[in-house]
Design a protein around this ligand. Sequence first.
Ligand code: IPE
Ligand code: IPE
Ligand code: MG
Ligand code: MG
Ligand code: MG
Length: 303
Amino acid sequence: MDAGVPSGQERPALPRCFDEFGPHVEGELARWLPSEEEVEPTLARAMHYSVFSGGKRVRPVLALLACRAVSGCFRPALAAACAVELIHTYSLIHDDLPCMDDDDVRRGKPTSHQVFGEALAVLAGDALLTLAFEVITDEGSGYRADTAASMVRELSRASGARGMVGGQVLDIDGAGGDLERIESLHSMKTGALFSASVRLGALAGDADQLQLESLTEYARGFGLAFQITDDILDVVGDPRKTGRYRGSDEEHGRKTYPSLVGLDESGRLAREAAEGGLDALSGLSGSCRDLEELMEFVLHREG
Ligand code: IPE
Ligand code: IPE
Ligand code: MG
Ligand code: MG
Ligand code: MG
């Protein structure tokens, strides 16, 4: 890996809707995280550390945009958006552990296990994972019981053996790879949580079946484009912008798009996936400008 440790991370240029939604997302996350008075202080600190270490909040923004696309209002999706970000944060804490990707730096800061030790990092991840389901089902989130049950089903499926966790297992296995296998790995490891983001947002906005399907198809293209660019950034990204070392994937023998088809073809496949996702927006009535801008961002992001 590169010798240079990224110190801090330059905030990437994000689409306008991030400015609009950002304060709402931060406020909602702060509202649900336990304080040092409520739980063991080191656990509270470890949870706060990773949740507020500079994540872009792409998944919450997707949930809020999906809700607004189907209902005209983003607010009903705030708790669901927060739940998805909690799961994402847990997945990153565990992904960085020595037994997984063994990464010391994320978002330009030491990873959780570097600061709190491995045992607490594992437990902070566990606590964030379980908190996500508390948030969805808590009365304070205001979801009807049937909506909350659908959200729990969607989110647990997307996070577990059929989704993110299953994808992580395929990733660390590293066994032979062709494009079909890696696409399926990416769709589980990364895509499932993006699909859950839009689906939870859409459920919060009482979407109909056609809207749900269109948004899911959008997220499918989005997720693949997102993970392909993540793989590309692992090879050529500027550590000051990504907040991470380059070369983690190669060091661990991960099968990635660049390792299989090279950087140029990876870029082309990311664009193709994005275009497929954008086509699906025709199934929604009304303006989808923010969802279109978000897809553009994913293709050209530097961090
Ligand atoms: C990184 O996701 C992990 C992947 C699934 C590729 P993000 O790039 O959304 O991470 P943060 O939360 O903004 O740091
Ligand atoms: C992990 O993918 C995605 C998760 C499910 C956490 P990566 O290992 O490529 O994510 P980064 O590159 O460390 O963010
Ligand atoms: Mg990994
Ligand atoms: Mg990793
Ligand atoms: Mg990566």
